[in-house]
Design a protein around this ligand. Structure first.
Ligand SMILES: C[S@@+](CC[C@H](N)C(=O)[O-])C[C@H]1O[C@@H](n2cnc3c(N)ncnc32)[C@H](O)[C@@H]1O
Length: 230
């Protein structure tokens, strides 16, 4: 990952640029739609949404075809250039208006309280700063707005958890576009002040031996109406 020095002397990380991962993800994600049942998961993730929606880390745009007609507009943020190009192509085929925009989850290039819903789909594993991302999610949602999430994270028994942590400390993030296996997305949402709604564990694949990426959570959370979390 490239490190940049700012004028103030602070060192920040460079842009999200994972060309090999982008190629690989573009290929396997399309197959996973039917093979792993991802298309059905995306349908459930987005069912019932309406109004203005922002999707963070939209990848190659596989969610776009699943947005219900009541969605007025989707702003799809994607920092990785190759995936963003594929998302642009997917946006042209979508049945709702989708605007694909470069940007990072930690500093969303949109106004505060501008969206009815935020969609997080397999992205909290990859962002560089989860609390900062969720701070941004909260900022851009209108009071009472909802977060729809489908995220993988820590799970299984002790051996699986140890494996996930070991992979996170070594090759996994390097080979998988910054992805981490042992994050805890539901706990992170709660800690960031979101009110959790119905959510459930989904195993991917549903049957067969569990993989370190299998432990997923699918659900909804709301931005509290008041700044103090009520
Ligand atoms: C595993 S892919 C998931 C793509 C898509 N959401 C999906 O459901 O298929 C992770 C995505 O997060 C994006 N990403 C990585 N770091 C990010 C960041 N800091 N801000 C926003 N998106 C990021 C990647 O470029 C990639 O598109």
């Amino acid at each position: 990952m490239r490190l940049l020095s700012t004028r103030s002397g602070r060192v920040t990380r460079g842009p999200v640029h994972h060309p090999l991962f982008a190629r690989y993800y573009a290929r396997i994600s399309v197959g996973a739609e039917s093979r792993l049942g991802m298309a059905g998961v995306r349908e459930r993730l987005l069912a019932g949404l309406s109004g203005r929606v922002i999707e963070i880390g939209a990848g190659n745009g596989l969610n776009f075809g699943h947005y219900p007609g009541a969605v007025a507009e989707v702003v799809a943020i994607e920092p990785e250039p190759r995936l963003r190009q594929l998302a642009l192509e997917s946006a042209l085929r979508a049945q709702v208006p989708v605007d694909v925009v470069p940007g990072a989850a930690e500093a969303l290039p949109v106004k505060s309280e501008a969206f009815d819903a935020v969609v997080l789909s397999l992205v909290l594993c990859s962002v560089r700063d989860v609390p900062r991302t969720l701070g941004e999610v909260r900022r851009v949602l209108r009071p009472g707005g909802e977060v729809r999430f489908f995220e993988h994270g820590q799970g299984g028994g002790r051996a699986m958890t140890l494996t996930q942590h070991a992979l996170d400390r070594t090759l996994w993030p390097v080979l998988n576009g910054g992805c981490h296996l042992a994050r805890e997305p539901v706990a992170a949402l709660r800690e960031a002040g979101f009110r959790l709604g119905p959510h459930r564990r989904v195993m991917l694949p549903e049957r067969g031996p569990a993989l370190p990426t299998s432990y997923c959570a699918l659900g909804v959370a709301w931005r509290p109406d008041e700044p103090d979390g009520r």
